[in-house]
Each structure stands twice: as structure tokens, then as C-alpha cells.
Design a binder for this molecule. Structure first.
Ligand code: SAH
Length: 226
């Protein structure tokens, strides 16, 4: 199944807003760390409901905000959640970013990068369109060290790339980006039941659930364009 087929179905089922709600637990810290200044042009890759771009407009006074998504239904929903003319949602693929060289100040992607058909090519595209000194904030919950995420591929038809933290850093460098930082951002909001309630439908033990959310959380890798 293509990105479009898989995620158009999600959007039609209202899962764009469901993801926004869950991802916000850690995405808000990612966005807060971005060095976006008033008037900057920002791009959100795999924008889903498009909340990240709208938040950067609201909190940091970003200038022009773009959200790109491979699913037309996601992009359409995202556009419907705002009437801000400086926020645009586009349909496109991570393989070919429809922007000029050195044209974007900062790029963010939350829980989407690993769906890239060729993640190395996507990183080269990111490097191409970022201004010198521009940053790429790449946040993922699906990664090698997070053993609790390993079976996610079983329920998604789009091929996913499962890199380790080190593979993220190496791949950023291969594409010509400096690595400014890498960090795990814990999710402190997903509710974890008392020990007596385990096993639950999703979790064998309370320890596993604590590890997944409070310790591993979201892996953030930050690249800087030279
Ligand atoms: N960032 C949002 C959505 C995450 S879901 C959030 O935090 O909730 C991943 C999104 O990436 C989906 O909307 C999907 O359509 C998009 N996507 C996946 N592969 C893509 C690709 N190759 N090109 C563009 N968008 C893609």
C-alpha cells in the first residue's frame, strides 16, 4: 500500500487528530527547543493534522509555515484547521522536497521521518533546502533502542526504517549536516496504571510501560546546515 492509500484512510478516520493528541506530549518540547525567530520560514515534514506549524506561528511568531504530507486527505484536513494565510499545507513526498536551495530556516518532523522511501535522499534534500545555520529537528518514537516499538511495522503497510540513535547521527553527517544534539524526551502524560492492573491489553508489565514512555520516550536528533 502507498503512503497515500495508508494515510488517507487514517485521515478519513480522524486519526490525524488522535495522533496530534498523543504526539503533543513530547512534540511540544521539541518545538519549544527550536531556535525559530520571528519571521522565519519553517517546514513540517509529514505534518498530519498540521499542529506543529500552527504552534510555531502562535508561540514563536514564525513567518511562513509549510506542512508537507504525502496524504492529500491529511493535507486537506490540516488546511481546514486554520484560516491563517501564512500557513500552507502541501501534498508531496519526502524524496523530492518542492523548495528552492537554501530557502527554509528550520525544518521539523514528528513521528514521520522513518516512512521515507529513501531516508538518506530525504536528508540530502533537507540539507539542500536549509539555509546555512538552519536546523532540522527530527523526532521519532520508532527507533532501534525503543524495543517496545519494534512490532509497529506489523500493523502498517508502508515500509519503515528503524535506525539507532547512532545511525541517525551518522546519516545526518553523511548528508552534510552537523549534529548539534541528540536526546530522549520522556512522555510524562500517557497514564500508566497501577501494578495490579497489569498485564493490560497492550502491556505485559508496568516496568515495560514505564521504560517505553518515561525513559525512552521520543528520540530527538538535531541537525544543523553548515
Ligand atoms: N507529524 C504528525 C503526523 C505523524 S504520522 C503528528 O505528529 O501527528 C506520519 C505522517 O507522515 C502521515 O500524515 C503520512 O501521510 C506522512 N508521510 C509518511 N510518509 C511520507 C512520505 N514519504 N512523504 C510525505 N509524507 C509522508
Amino acid at each position: 500500500m502507498s503512503v497515500r492509500e495508508e494515510f488517507d484512510t487514517w485521515a478519513a478516520d480522524g486519526r490525524d487528530k488522535g495522533m496530534e493528541k498523543r504526539h503533543w506530549h513530547t512534540a511540544k518540547y521539541v518545538l519549544a527547543r527550536m531556535p525559530v525567530e520571528a519571521g522565519d520560514t519553517v517546514l513540517d515534514l509529514g505534518c498530519g493534522s498540521g499542529y506543529a506549524g500552527r504552534a510555531l506561528r502562535d508561540t514563536k511568531n514564525a513567518g511562513r509555515v509549510y506542512g508537507l504530507d504525502g496524504s492529500p486527505e491529511m493535507a486537506r484536513n490540516a488546511q481546514g484547521y486554520t484560516d491563517d494565510s501564512d500557513v500552507s499545507y502541501l501534498v508531496g513526498d519526502f524524496d523530492h522536497l518542492p523548495f528552492e536551495d537554501d530557502s527554509i530556516d528550520h525544518i521539523v518532523t514528528m513521528e514521520a521521518f522513518y516512512y521515507a522511501n529513501d531516508p538518506h535522499e530525504t536528508l540530502r534534500e533537507i540539507r539542500r533546502i536549509l539555509q546555512p545555520g538552519g536546523t532540522f529537528f527530527c523526532a521519532v518514537n520508532y527507533y532501534e533502542e525503543n524495543v517496545h516499538s519494534h512490532d509497529w511495522q506489523d500493523s502498517i503497510s508502508v515500509k519503515m526504517t528503524r535506525w539507532s540513535g547512532e545511525e541517525y547521527r551518522e546519516s545526518f553527517r553523511d548528508a552534510g549536516l552537523y549534529v548539534a544534539e541528540q536526546d530522549n524526551i520522556p512522555d510524562r502524560e500517557t497514564e500508566i496504571p497501577n501494578t495490579s492492573e497489569f498485564p493490560t491489553d497492550s502491556w505485559e508489565t508496568r516496568e515495560d510501560m514505564v521504560e517505553r514512555y518515561r525513559e525512552f520516550g521520543t528520540l530527538l536528533t538535531v541537525g544543523v546546515s553548515p
